[in-house]
Design a protein around this ligand. Structure first.
Ligand SMILES: [Zn+2]
Ligand SMILES: [Zn+2]
Length: 142
């Protein structure tokens, strides 16, 4: 047993185990929020994180925490609020949806073939390569 400051409210409390980070009050509140999310997911199996936060009032950050710690099954959450950087469609991972990733790739290939100089001037080619990389960077929004 050790005296510890609650990770949420800062109140001093007696931790009975090293994994205990919240005081009794916050822990109970945490549990209630967790149950609320669990219940909501039972009825809305296709809910997105945004919908969950709206319906339960639980912060997105908190839901991420539960998913990270394995308390919430990531498969039960349709998306974690990620969206394609190009079209804004919800995605599960990465930065672009499959369609945009494919389009960006074919775009890059097109630029590559267009910018290839017909005469094999080494200096010219180097310049074209630089511009191409620049164009791809811009498209990806760097
Ligand atoms: Zn507390
Ligand atoms: Zn997209």
């Amino acid at each position: 047993m050790a005296l510890r400051n609650c990770a949420r409210c800062g109140k001093l409390f007696t931790a009975v185990s090293s994994s205990m980070k919240l005081c009794v009050d916050c822990d109970r509140e945490d549990q209630e929020q967790f149950n609320k999310v669990k219940e909501y997911l039972k009825e809305h199996s296709t809910a997105t994180v945004i919908e969950i936060t709206k319906a339960t009032g639980v912060e997105r950050k908190q839901i991420f925490e539960w998913v990270k710690s394995g308390q919430l099954d990531i498969a039960s959450v349709v998306d974690l609020g990620l969206s394609c950087e190009s079209c804004g469609k919800p995605i599960k991972s990465g930065r672009f949806c499959i369609e945009c990733a494919a389009r960006i790739e074919s775009d890059a290939r097109k630029i590559l073939s267009e910018s290839k100089p017909k005469s094999r001037d080494a200096k010219k080619e180097e310049k074209a390569g630089f511009h191409m990389a620049d164009a791809i960077r811009r498209r990806r929004g760097y």
